[in-house]
Design a protein around this ligand. Structure first.
Ligand code: IMP
Length: 201
């Protein structure tokens, strides 16, 4: 394998991915850097399916052997809300709605709900595909709960309302290094790296 293209247009995610894989001696390009422009319809019914749809669609644009396309699909599952927003996390209340509004809405919907029923998790599925098709898909998760107010300025998206019991703070209050060590994306990416190394791709 000579290069990895990561199928995302999300700059926040791309930053986290680069940082998580920074000790890997591998060229890592975003879709834009690879000159691939694609509007992919994520119409799968699971994180895994959406990740596979994205990885395969981008891999179909690649002409050379030796290039692996990775794609992730991630989101927040809140048990009390029947796992909402789930695969619709980015689209919840509209793609362009600020996260301050989305987070506030979730806090309102969770009003009066006791701590033991506020359990939630971030999920990340990462799929790999190459010129010959799909290779594998891996899931990483981090368990936590929805707090009572937003806190912290690091991270992105739902981080300010997602709290970790063992740290007593939200993931938006963690340093970038700590979040990457614990996060769904960190776990899934490190597992994917190991898998690709084992397959000697
Ligand atoms: P995707 O780009 O379709 O995978 O959508 C992922 C969405 O899930 C993001 O836009 C966020 O709303 C949410 N999300 C995923 N990972 C995180 C995270 O690490 N922190 C906060 N929100 C996240």
């Amino acid at each position: 394998m000579k290069k990895i293209i990561f199928a995302t247009g999300n700059q926040d995610k791309m930053g986290e991915i680069r940082s998580i894989l920074s000790d890997w001696d591998m060229e890592l390009q975003s879709m834009k850097e690879a000159g691939i422009e694609l509007d992919i319809v994520e119409d799968g019914t699971s994180f895994e399916k959406n990740a596979c749809i994205k990885a395969s669609a981008v891999a179909a644009q690649v002409q050379e052997e030796g290039i692996v396309v990775l794609a992730d699909d991630s989101g927040l599952e809140i048990d009390y809300l029947n796992k909402e927003p789930g695969i619709y996390s980015a689209r919840y209340l509209g793609e362009d709605t600020p996260y301050s509004v989305k987070n506030q809405k979730i806090l309102e919907r969770m009003e009066g709900v006791p701590k033991q029923e506020r359990t939630a998790r971030f999920v990340c599925a990462i799929a790999a595909a190459d010129i010959n098709g799909e290779i594998c898909v891996i899931r990483g998760t981090i368990e936590g709960y929805i707090g009572w107010e937003p806190s912290g300025a690091n991270g992105f998206g739902y981080d300010p309302i997602f709290y970790l019991d063992e740290y007593g703070c939200s993931t938006a209050e963690l340093s970038e290094e700590k979040k990457n060590e614990l996060s769904h994306r960190g776990k899934a990416l490190r597992a994917m790296r190991q898998k690709l190394e084992e397959l000697s791709l």
